[in-house]
Design a protein around this ligand. Structure first.
Ligand code: FMN
Length: 331
């Protein structure tokens, strides 16, 4: 389905199969713990996206902040996939008259598709969360500036955290965040629950034979100090370390953060980079203020990322079947 994007289509007349292809691309978005917390509804002339609160992470993400960011990423993918298929659209966030779970609606329109969004289309199937060490190559200033512009286009900001004092301080907060999360048996329980064999098609994939053992170890042992030291080193040596943030800190800001995050990730992928997350000092609320102080700018950090050039390819992580994501079409 994804490869259908290249085909030209008459504007404003996407057929059902093609819309399902766009939704498949939306669902390839990143999400915390790979929960894929989204539903889609095919509307008369567009698609709406809804939060699936059955897939929330009450310990890691009690306010559904990351859940909403994840849905924002899926919405960005939907927009990019539509643009790459030549389709113009109108976007409404939190459309009136829909329930609280409805986060956005795109309505197909006559006209030219957004060329810049369309140009990101080939990254949709290539973006990955890359948790290993990046190649030691530095990221040129023009590349980080291009990513800053991507976040700004969606109404968010991206701040580069330079090496030296600010990096060390952020790396310390990441390690402290790991220690705090791993100390909490409820957090470990939730993480273990989402460690799943690939055949389950969601969660953080672990080999089926090892899954019971890995889950038992995660539940039982506080590995915060070891994980923290590893993450501290990755943070200090990241080719590029950035915080993505928003002016406010409500649902609309979180959705904006998701749109901006995915736009940054797709653009980074086009530049040969991948990213992984060091969100611990944002997830642990007592550390978020300290991170804010280091960043020294107005607004609220939403995601902390390291980016670089991966030395190898990574396979795609699993996704749930489309049928499980769809809300019934309205009469
Ligand atoms: C809002 C958000 C928060 C995330 N937080 C983390 C995190 O703290 N640590 C991590 O390793 N991955 C994090 N991820 C990445 C997801 O685990 C990843 O997207 C998911 O496993 C699917 O893999 P993929 O991105 O390669 O498609 C986050 C993703 C999103 C969108």
């Amino acid at each position: 389905m994804r490869e259908e994007l290249g085909r030209t289509v008459a504007k404003g007349v996407l057929d059902h199969d093609r819309v399902r292809g766009l939704i498949e691309n939306a669902a390839a978005a990143p999400s915390s713990h790979n929960t894929q917390p989204w539903h889609f509804r095919i509307e008369t002339n567009g698609v709406s996206i809804h939060a699936d609160t059955e897939r929330r992470l009450p310990v890691n993400d009690p306010a559904d902040r990351e859940l909403t960011i994840s849905c924002g990423c899926a919405l960005m993918n939907l927009r990019v996939a539509a643009a790459a298929a030549g389709q113009a659209y109108r976007l409404e966030l939190f459309p009136e008259g829909e329930g609280a779970a409805c986060l956005a609606r795109v309505t197909w329109q006559e006209g030219d598709a957004d060329a810049e969004e369309a140009s990101l289309g080939s990254a949709l199937a290539r973006r990955r969360t890359y948790r290993k060490r990046f190649a030691p190559s530095t990221v040129p200033r023009e590349a980080s500036e291009a990513l800053e512009a991507m976040a700004e286009r969606e109404g968010a900001w991206l701040q580069v955290i330079e090496s030296g004092e600010p990096r060390w301080e952020v790396a310390r907060l990441v390690a402290e965040g790991d220690a705090s999360q791993w100390r909490d048996p409820r957090w470990r329980e939730e993480l273990a629950d989402w460690m799943r064999p690939v055949r389950q098609r969601d969660g953080l994939s672990v080999p089926a034979l090892l899954a019971p053992v890995v889950r038992a170890v995660v539940r039982k042992f506080d590995m915060g100090r070891r994980v923290g030291e590893h993450d501290r080193e990755l943070t200090e040596n990241a080719p590029l370390l950035v915080a993505l943030g928003t002016e406010g800190d409500g649902r609309r800001d979180w959705l904006t953060a998701g749109l901006a995050l995915e736009r940054v990730l797709l653009a980074a992928c086009q530049l040969g980079m991948q990213a992984s997350y060091l969100n611990q000092p944002i997830q642990v609320s007592s550390l978020r203020d300290q991170l804010h102080t280091v960043l020294n700018r107005p607004g609220h950090p939403q995601v902390l990322l390291r980016l670089g050039y991966p030395p190898g390819e990574l396979p795609a992580t699993p996704r749930r079947p489309l049928a499980d994501l769809m809300l019934p079409v309205r009469d």
